[in-house]
Design a binder for this molecule. Structure first.
Ligand SMILES: *Cc1c(COP(=O)(O)O)cnc(C)c1O
Length: 389
C-alpha cells in the first residue's frame, strides 16, 4: 500500500529516539522520572466527576449530540467568557463545542488553508500548527519566538509577500513550550496585523487559567475589533485536570465559527453529551479550587527554579503554564543534553528542537510531579555533575 504524500511530508517524530532510550533505560531497571509530559498528575476536580456520574445515567444524554454542542454547554461557555473577560458572545453563531482543543486546532486549517497558502506559526510551538498546515496543503512560515523578545513574535519581520499569501496565524499565550505570557497591547498589534493582511487570527488559550503571582491572561476578544478577525481555542484539559475527557470550545468571529463548524460536521459528531454536562460543572467550580491547583504548581515551580539556580541557571519566576523553558549548557545540542539527563540522572526532559528549529539549544521541564520528586531530580543532576555553567 502507498500512504498519502501529505503523510510523508510530516517531519520525523523527534521524540522517537528519546522514547527508545527511555524504554532501554527502563528495561535495565533504571528508576526513570519523567518531567516530559504536559499532562496534569492530579485528578479531575471532584464536582466534575460527580456531575458525570449523574449525567451518564440520564438516557437523554445517550444519543448523538448537536453538532455545535448542547445549548446548555454553549450558554455556559458564553457566560464564562462574559464573567472572565467581559466579552459578549452569541451562543448560536459565535460559539462551538470541541472534542478537546487539539481537534479544533487541526480542523481550522482545513477550513481556511488551500494548497500553497501560507500560515504564520510560532516556533517553538505546539506541533499541531505546523503539521495541520502541511496536511491541508499549506506552507508553514515560522515566526521565531526569541528569548530577547520575551518569546513574542516580531510581526515587522514577516516578509510582506508572505503576509499577503497567509490565511491564518496562530498565537498561544500563556505559551507552550516557553511559559511566556503576553499583554493586551501585544494582542492589539496582532489584531492590527491580521486586519491589514486579511488573516484569521487563531489564539490558543489552553493555559489561560494556569497563571501565577497575580498575572491575569487576556483574550484577543477583549481587543476592539478582535471579533472581526479572531477565533479563540479553549480547553478544559489543563484548567480542570480534564485531559482525558476531550472537551473545550471555540469562539469568536461568526464566519470563522461557521467555516470550522462545516468542516467538523463532516468529520465528527461532537462530544458525548454527558461530558458536556460535566464540563458545565467545571465552569461552576469554586474559583478557590483553581487557585489551589495554581498554588500547587507555583510551589513546584519555586522548588524547580531554586534548585536550577543553584546549578547555575539564571531564571526569572515563570508567570504561567506548568512549563519551564531553559537553555542547555554551552556547547551542547538539545538532543545531547536530554540524552545526558536520561543516562546520567535518569530524568526525562523533552529537547527544545522537538517544538521547532528555534527551540534548538533549549529543553522543557513539565512541573507535573510533586515537590519531593522535583527535588529528587535536582539532587540527581547535582550528583551527576550536570550544571548550566
Ligand atoms: C494541551 C494543549 C492543547 C490541547 O489540549 P486538548 O487536550 O486537546 O484540549 C492545545 N494547545 C496547547 C498549546 C496545549 O499545550
Amino acid at each position: 500500500m502507498r500512504v498519502s504524500e501529505r503523510l510523508e511530508k510530516i517531519p520525523p517524530y523527534l521524540f522517537a529516539e528519546i522514547d527508545r532510550k527511555i524504554a532501554e533505560a527502563k528495561a535495565k531497571g533504571a528508576d526513570v522520572i519523567s518531567l516530559g509530559i504536559g499532562d496534569p498528575d492530579t485528578p479531575t476536580l471532584a464536582p466534575v466527576v460527580e456531575a458525570m456520574h449523574k449525567a451518564i445515567d440520564n438516557p437523554a444524554n445517550h444519543d448523538y449530540p448537536p453538532y455545535n454542542g448542547t445549548a446548555a454547554f454553549r450558554k455556559a461557555a458564553c457566560d464564562w467568557m462574559k464573567k472572565r473577560f467581559d466579552v459578549e458572545l452569541d451562543a448560536d453563531t459565535e460559539m462551538l463545542a470541541n472534542i478537546g482543543s487539539k481537534e479544533a486546532i487541526a480542523h481550522v486549517f482545513f477550513a481556511f488553508v488551500d494548497k500553497g497558502d501560507y500560515t504564520l506559526i510560532p516556533d517553538p510551538g505546539y506541533p499541531v500548527y505546523k503539521n495541520a498546515t502541511i496536511f491541508a496543503g499549506g506552507i508553514p512560515f515560522s515566526m521565531p519566538l526569541l528569548e530577547e523578545n520575551g518569546y513574542l513574535p516580531d510581526f515587522d519581520k514577516i516578509p510582506e509577500d508572505v503576509a499577503k499569501k497567509s490565511k491564518l496565524m496562530f498565537l498561544n499565550y500563556p505559551n507552550n513550550p516557553t511559559g511566556a505570557v503576553c499583554d493586551l497591547e501585544f494582542l492589539k498589534k496582532a489584531v492590527d496585523f491580521c486586519k491589514k493582511y486579511d488573516i484569521l487570527l487563531c489564539f490558543d488559550q489552553a493555559y489561560c487559567e494556569m497563571t501565577y503571582d497575580g498575572y491575569v491572561a487576556p483574550s484577543v476578544l477583549q481587543v476592539d475589533g478582535g471579533k472581526d478577525v479572531a477565533l479563540e481555542f479553549y480547553s478544559h484539559s489543563k484548567s480542570y485536570n480534564m485531559t482525558g475527557w476531550r472537551v473545550g470550545w471555540v469562539c469568536g468571529n461568526k464566519d470563522a465559527v461557521k467555516a470550522l463548524g462545516t468542516i467538523k460536521n463532516n468529520i465528527d459528531s461532537g462530544t458525548f453529551k454527558a461530558i458536556q454536562d460535566a464540563a458545565i460543572a467545571a465552569f461552576n467550580v469554586d474559583k478557590a479550587e483553581i487557585e489551589k491547583l495554581n498554588k500547587m504548581y507555583q510551589e513546584r515551580r519555586d522548588a524547580a527554579e531554586a534548585g536550577l539556580r543553584e546549578l547555575g541557571w539564571d531564571i526569572k519566576p515563570s508567570k504561567a503554564t506548568f512549563y519551564l523553558w531553559l537553555p542547555v549548557p554551552n556547547g551542547m545540542t538539545s538532543e545531547e543534553f536530554v540524552t545526558l539527563m536520561l543516562e546520567k540522572a535518569n530524568v526525562v526532559v523533552p529537547p527544545g528542537n522537538g517544538y521547532g528549529k528555534y527551540g534548538e539549544g533549549y529543553f522543557r521541564v513539565a512541573l507535573t510531579k510533586d515537590v519531593e520528586t522535583i527535588k529528587k531530580c535536582i539532587q540527581r543532576m547535582k550528583d551527576a555533575g550536570i550544571r548550566y555553567n
